[in-house]
Ligand binder design. Structure first.
Ligand code: HEC
Ligand code: HEC
Length: 320
């Protein structure tokens, strides 16, 4: 009997050690992905488009600007992107890195390396990125614009340790995090007009409406619910321990759709108003600067969604 326990004990110990070694080794797993054929441009119109995406449509500042710049971000002002928000997740903490044109940011990176991170979810060092950013299907022209703008930013020296994972984080990272790449062959260009196609492009691949207005698994970033049916819980940006926000259903369901009875004008006016619920994670500041054209296109797209019956309840709640 004693011998039996000794051997099972040793086997269990062996398995634990093996698991730890495998999990540790997999932290260094790298992936291959092609480098998009994208180069920064010094054309002022291209840089302007990039500035608009970074400061408004793609709200990079909402994550990559330091936390003490939050008021400026919410006011829709242009801020330095030298390392930003700290996300406290079940996996540990992840901080948005410095993306200014400094060696501690992206100063030393090739344009194609930045483009590959954003399009294929494979970091400069080959590791799978966590799915914070929805830009995989961004057009070549818009990627070019974003990178061209980043090249004009003032270099700010700020070394950041992006990931501080806990044991669960190491485990999930080892087995569940894979690079998220484009859903379709990347397009070179999309016409910026009030058509549904442009609205769909913005909502899914630039402004991340889908990423927040769909329920997700906070551990892996995987989508759980019907697209745009809401119900994604996130901790408050002002009092994370005490409050949470929950995204409303944006599909045109007659009973549970949050904007089913809104018209285009009300939709645009709501965006011009900016943040109302202080706890909200929605980047209202950057979005406030969106032009009517973009908002019309997004509104039109949301109206074409399949109605999904889902009532996520109040948008802000106190945690018990
Ligand atoms: C919702 C928050 C969020 C938004 C919005 C966001 N980022 Fe990020 N970004 C992150 C986080 C977090 C990481 C680190 C991910 C990781 O290492 O797994 C990151 C990483 C990066 C990286 C480094 C990738 C690498 O290879 O290590 C670049 C470059 C970048 N972001 C650029 C951008 C640009 C440009 C935009 C806007 C067009 C943007 N980000 C918008 C959160 C965000
Ligand atoms: C980072 C997460 C996030 C992103 C990205 C996001 N939202 Fe939201 N959204 C929320 C949360 C949380 C709420 C509820 C709190 C609030 O109203 O601010 C919300 C609320 C809303 C509301 C209801 C506002 C009201 O006052 O009734 C609308 C409409 C909306 N979002 C549309 C959009 C659209 C369109 C996009 C893309 C352009 C988008 N959201 C992107 C998180 C997000």
């Amino acid at each position: 009997m004693r011998k039996f326990f000794k051997w099972t004990g040793l086997t269990v110990l062996f398995l634990i050690v093996a698991l730890v070694v495998i999990v540790w080794a997999l932290q260094y797993k790298t992936y291959d992905a092609e480098y998009p054929n994208v180069r920064a441009s010094s054309d002022s119109a291209v840089i302007e488009r990039g500035r608009y995406i970074v400061t408004s449509l793609g709200h990079c500042a909402d994550c990559h600007a330091p936390e003490n710049a939050y008021e400026d971000v919410m006011a829709g002002r242009e801020v330095s992107l030298h390392g930003g928000r700290v996300f406290k997740l079940p996996l540990g903490t992840v901080q948005a890195p410095n993306i200014t044109n400094d060696p501690t940011g992206i100063g030393d990176w090739k344009d194609e390396e930045i483009a590959r991170s954003l399009r294929h979810g494979v970091g400069k060092d080959g590791r799978a990125l966590f799915a914070f950013m929805p830009f995989q299907d961004m057009t070549d022209d818009d990627l070019t614009a974003v990178i061209s703008y980043l090249r004009t930013t003032k270099p700010v020296k700020n070394e950041i340790t992006v990931r501080k994972l806990n044991p669960m984080g190491y485990f999930v990272n080892a087995f569940f995090i894979k690079p998220v790449g484009p859903a379709a062959p990347p397009q070179k260009y999309i016409a910026a007009d009030t058509m549904v196609e442009y609205g769909q492009y913005l909502a899914n691949s630039v402004s991340n409406c889908k990423g927040c207005h769909t329920n997700r698994d906070l551990k892996t970033g995987a989508f759980l619910g019907a697209a745009y049916a809401g119900g994604f819980h996130m901790e408050s940006v002002t009092e994370p321990q005490k409050w949470e926000v929950v995204t409303p259903n944006l599909t045109p369901d007659p009973e549970t759709g949050h904007i089913t009875n809104w018209n285009e004008q009300k939709f645009i006016e709501r965006f011009r108003q900016g943040k109302v619920i202080s706890h909200s994670t929605m980047p209202w500041g950057p979005f406030k600067r969106m032009s009517d054209l973009e908002l019309k296109a997004i509104y039109k797209y949301l109206k074409t969604l399949k109605p999904e019956k889902n009532d996520p309840g109040p948008m802000v709640r106190e945690l018990k």
